[in-house]
Design a protein around this ligand. Sequence first.
Ligand code: C2O
Ligand code: CU
Ligand code: CU
Length: 537
Amino acid sequence: MRQNVLNRRQWLARVGAGLGASYGRTRAQSDEATSSTLVGGWLEPFVDPLPVPRVLQPRFKRSGVEHYQLVLGEFRQKLHRDLPPTIVWGFNGVSPGPTIEAKRDCSVVVDWVNRLPLRHRLLVDHSLDGAGTDVPEVRTTIHLHGGRNRQEDDGYPDTWITPGHQQTTHYRNHQPAATLWYHDHSMAITRLNAAMGLAGTYILRDPAEETLGLPSGAFDVPLVLQDRVLDARGQLVYAVGANQRSVWMPEFLGSHILVNGRVAPYFNVHPAAYRFRLVNASNARVFQLALDPGQEFVHIGTDNALLSDLVSAEELLLSPGERLDVLIDFRGRQGRRINLINFAPAPYPSGSGLVPPSVLQFRVGSAYEVTPPRNDYPSRLGSLPPLSTFRSTRTRQLTMVEAMSNGHESHRMLLNGARFMDPATEIAKRGTVETWELVNLTADAHPIHLHAVHFRILGRQRFDVRHNLLTSELKLIGNNISPAAEERGWKDTVLCPPGQVTRIVVPFDGEPGRFVWHCHILEHEDNEMMRPLIIEG
Ligand code: C2O
Ligand code: CU
Ligand code: CU
């Protein structure tokens, strides 16, 4: 069971009756000190069509390798009907960038050409390690999240380039079909580059998957979720509020949800089954999603591969960095409007910010205009090795802490008490399997992400936090809580709830090299909650 702080029914009760017509009008507000002030006011949801990112065509193909080019630039993009175009950063003139579609075991080369301006649009906090006044303000290094690549292709945080330069990466795609995504990973400014829009999807396909008869083509749609604060002129805001002296904030929580770069859009669908690839590309927002009127999601895949079986669920929990592959069946729903709503508290799970609920509206058409995909779901999907087959030879206990020494100025988020530049401690031998116990001593949940490897979740267990803070001993409470059915596949990001130890089993079977592991709340990642991960060959 996942940390369900509030289920959809409780949420509906809290927000009040007559929700269907009124929740879109709930004025976005949050009493969290950490959340930004809403500047632009209320925007009517579901008035813009959902953009579906176009699939990028390779520039050429040489000896079986497809070569792509993505140009990072600044441009204006319409985010909502009632707003003037917003200055954003993206790829080839769009944010999120075009989708790269790759095939399993077929190599891809991408040239990431940085044509961004020299000054950042958002305020850089020079007190953060790695973002001093001695380094250029605008830097980028693109990372393929979920990809298992060589270290030189992984976008290590300090291998950034500046405007006018180009980063070339080689992706071999020796891994199962899944939804990966690309985004900036620059040292200490990742949160700002992400907030400007530097992200996109990378869909890895496998011919074997095509035999399953899952919805495909126009029925297979990536949904990139991001939250933003917009001012009255429609421009992006990233600031603490009135007091701008301290630029870093613990979590950036936007007042509007963007899906594929549009504020709460609508999507015209056929009365057919669809496959949606949800990507949480927000800086810090965890989504807890449901359909209104109620209807189930059918989970088919986690971050890095298909599940073994289909899993039906009423709710969907998606933390920053995570992906979920789901089917939604609109058969028999002709003429209906079905809303995808978010009811996660922010910060998750105990914050009191419940907004914004409007994410996306599905408008189901009355007839097929195109051939519908096969109507039946496959009964089995991928194959998953049972957890009992993993022979772990080492267990590491790793803590998450919030360290505040000199008041707000030196507020740091740490993994195992260490900063990013401290000597590496997570050094694993290639070919071995380790168990990691992620001990969360803070009040919020942290989505922990490992580069270069994929892992499985063993479970979560509560522990005595006070006792741990005093003695550093792990005094466990109760039993191991198994991961939710939809979490039982291959993962690269796992949500670690407060007061719990989250256990994962990690086979280090990829490339040797120097990588990173970190919290995917980008404000945390930029402020020391990131550590080297070394795989010795
Ligand atoms: Cu999605 Cu290290 O990143
Ligand atoms: Cu990653
Ligand atoms: Cu964190």
